[in-house]
Design a protein around this ligand. Sequence first.
Ligand code: PGA
Length: 246
Amino acid sequence: MKKNLIAGNWKMHTTPQEARELAQKIAAGNPQNAVLCPPMTSIAAVAEITHGTAIGLGAQNCHFEAKGAFTGEVSPSMLIACGCTHVIIGHSERRTLFGETDELIAKKVWSALDAGLTPLFCVGETLSERQSESWKSVIERQLKAVFAGADPDNVGGIVIAYEPVWAIGTGLAATPEQAEEVHVFIRTCLHNLIGNPASDMLILYGGSVNEGNARTLLSQPNINGALVGGASLKAEQFLAICAAGL
Ligand code: PGA
């Protein structure tokens, strides 16, 4: 089941031209386990490069409705029409900077899945939650919001990304042991919520993954890939992380 999917979260970086060039450099390395998540305005440019390759294409957010009067929003079916296969949902920056709640994030996850996208559903604790030992209850709450009462036959397409907030963009990644401990906890919670399908769900680690720490993180039994921010903006580094996952 170890799959080691490597998703690059480009955040609010790259014009369409810059995105095309970055995608071209990454595609030249022919990675078999990569998903690129450019900003909305660069999705079409990257789709031209990834189309017909093994590289997946993801957005960084979407709305839960299919269409309507939601100024500034984009729906899952619109993303699919632009070539997207994946969408990041519930990233900690969306939670903290844009006020996204567990309830909103759950609606987005199910809407994206129903439309045919693979949601990359993010969970993770802040530094104070880790220090106060409340990380387990935080992560359990975030998982329950999406999976409580879910039909176990319908969850296989969801990918979880564990991203400790204190590790994002700080250069201070979780140790492989810390990450593995949380991934085991997440899988146990999922087992309690949805039963057997939990064994086969991909759980990615995110937070300061780079070419130096990728191999040991990705060799942990319950880490099934990585969600990479800063290091995904450099083609050589991103390709090295993809290779570390093979
Ligand atoms: P980082 O970001 O790799 O720059 O820490 C990860 C993320 O926010 O997904």
